[in-house]
Design a protein around this ligand. Structure first.
Ligand code: GDP
Ligand code: IMO
Ligand code: MG
Length: 423
């Protein structure tokens, strides 16, 4: 059996949570492989709306294991809150949730460092979610981080103190106020005690043995390919590999065991935080998209920047991920437009037209070159099958498919589980 991977192809918030929840009954295991509480994955069903940050989006389906893999950076305080927030759903966490002993722990000073680094960058700031993601991955790569398995060791407190000493000297350099640290530590150590009661496992064995036993696994990505540390719009990116290869290293699964790669994209584009966004709209159309799509961050509540779909960027994401199936989200948000624009190329300042999302397009101000299509300009609320789609929407899907050279197998027409059309 092979592991399927589901990931975002744009700048995050494509609707990954909805699709993982929708697909989960087909799988035995759903596993997160990177990122941390910077993610906000929204699920809607039976009139309930819930946002998950670190817990995989298979958690609402029974008889399914959810694994938080070694590639994730985990905030114990947020994890405890998330589990408490799910109490009303009667989920049996002893059966349904497993955490890798090799996942990295976010400590309170990581969040202070995140804020100190952002402050020091002034108007060049990344627009981080300030959850401590960057500083924690820095410590992981710097080989000084704490891992989940360390919590079980008798000298955990000592290891913690050594790490915090390092952090305090950096915070001192930035003259950053650390007066809230004692209060943060009290809550942190309470959360650590709670954390120790969860299933802490060698998740690389869990997933590989499950695959060998014929079980189906879905790897759930966080963020999006254009926020990838290597291939995204650096330095305005997150600090992990958000792409298919991240699922291999973040779960301990060999590339030869990857099956389908589901690429999720919005019918338009959004971005939260700083950084280049070629098709960004600053006009009434952008406002209308934000309003219609309720484009406000699931983690920070910040308004998301909105713009038309960007084909060079999507083609790039499809290439680096080896996407085998595309899922288009939030088609209904474009109902309001009489005309829909599609960015097919970028024009550089010297007039050159390029069709690649590249180092140059990322570094420079580029002008998008658009193709315009007629909008469907009608509600999709009653639509239950692809055949019932308005002609213009079908033409939009077909055009994208031809350009992207990967089949669009699913079109989402609303936030609810049920508002999902399979082709
Ligand atoms: P994720 O981070 O990729 O899981 O996406 P988010 O949950 O941060 O953001 C996606 C938002 O769009 C959430 O509020 C979803 O409930 C919502 N959503 C998902 N699919 C659709 C859709 O097809 N139409 C509409 N209108 N909203 C959707
Ligand atoms: P999901 O999984 C959208 C953005 C932040 C910022 C940059 C770096 O819900 O799609 P970080 O906190 O990682 O240091 O922030 O990345 N960002 C996201 N944007 N969706 C996300 O996750 C994001 N996670 C981080 O806004 O620009
Ligand atoms: Mg999100």
């Amino acid at each position: 059996m092979k592991m399927d991977v589901l990931l975002g192809l744009q700048w995050g918030d494509e609707g990954k949570g909805k699709v993982v929840d929708y697909l989960a009954p087909k799988y035995h295991i759903v596993a997160r492989f990177q990122g941390g509480p910077n993610a906000g994955h929204t699920l809607e069903f039976d009139g309930i709306k819930h946002v998950l940050h670190q817990i995989p989006s298979g958690i609402f389906r029974s008889n399914l294991k959810n694994i938080i893999g070694n590639g994730v950076v985990l905030d114990p305080v947020i994890l405890k809150k998330e589990i408490e927030g799910l109490k009303k759903f009667n989920i049996d966490f002893s059966k349904n949730l497993f955490v890798s002993k090799k996942a990295t722990i976010i400590v309170p000073t990581h969040k202070l460092l995140d804020a100190a680094y952002e402050k020091s960058k002034g108007d060049k700031k990344i627009g981080s979610t300030l959850k401590g993601i960057g500083p924690t991955y820095q410590d992981k790569i710097g080989r000084v981080a704490l891992r989940v398995g360390d919590m079980l060791s008798p000298d955990f407190r000592e290891k913690y103190n050594t790490l915090v000493e390092r952090h305090l000297s950096i915070l001192n350099y930035y003259a950053y106020d650390t007066s809230e640290l004692t209060a943060l530590e009290t809550v942190f150590f309470e959360a650590i005690d709670f954390f120790k009661t969860l299933n802490l496992v060698e998740s690389e064995f869990e997933v590989n043995l499950a695959l060998s036993a014929g079980e189906k696994i879905l790897a759930e990505g966080a963020q999006g390919s254009l926020l990838d540390i290597d291939f995204g719009s650096y330095p305005f990116v997150t600090s992990s590999n958000t792409m298919t290869s991240g699922a291999c290293s973040g779960l301990g699964v060999a590339p030869s065991r990857i099956g389908e790669v589901f690429g999720i994209f919005k019918a338009y584009c959004t971005r939260v935080g700083s950084g280049p966004f070629p098709t960004e709209l600053f006009d009434a159309d952008g406002e209308a998209m934000r309003r219609e799509g309720n484009e406000f961050g699931s983690t920070t509540g910040r308004p998301r920047r909105c713009g038309w779909i960007d084909l060079p960027a999507l083609k790039y994401s499809i290439m680096i991920n080896g996407v085998t199936q595309l899922f288009m989200m939030k088609a209904d948000v474009l109902n309001i437009f009489e005309e829909i624009k599609i960015c097919t190329h970028y024009q550089l300042a010297d007039g050159t037209v390029i069709d690649r999302y590249s180092f140059e397009s990322d570094a420079a101000e580029v002008t998008p070159v658009y193709k315009t299509m007629k909008g469907w300009h009608t509600s999709l609320a009653a639509v239950t099958s692809y055949e019932e789609f308005p002609q213009e929407l079908r033409e939009y899907v077909t055009y994208l498919e031809e350009e992207l050279q990967v089949p669009i197998k699913m079109v989402s027409v609303g936030p609810d589980r049920k508002q999902t059309i399979i082709r």
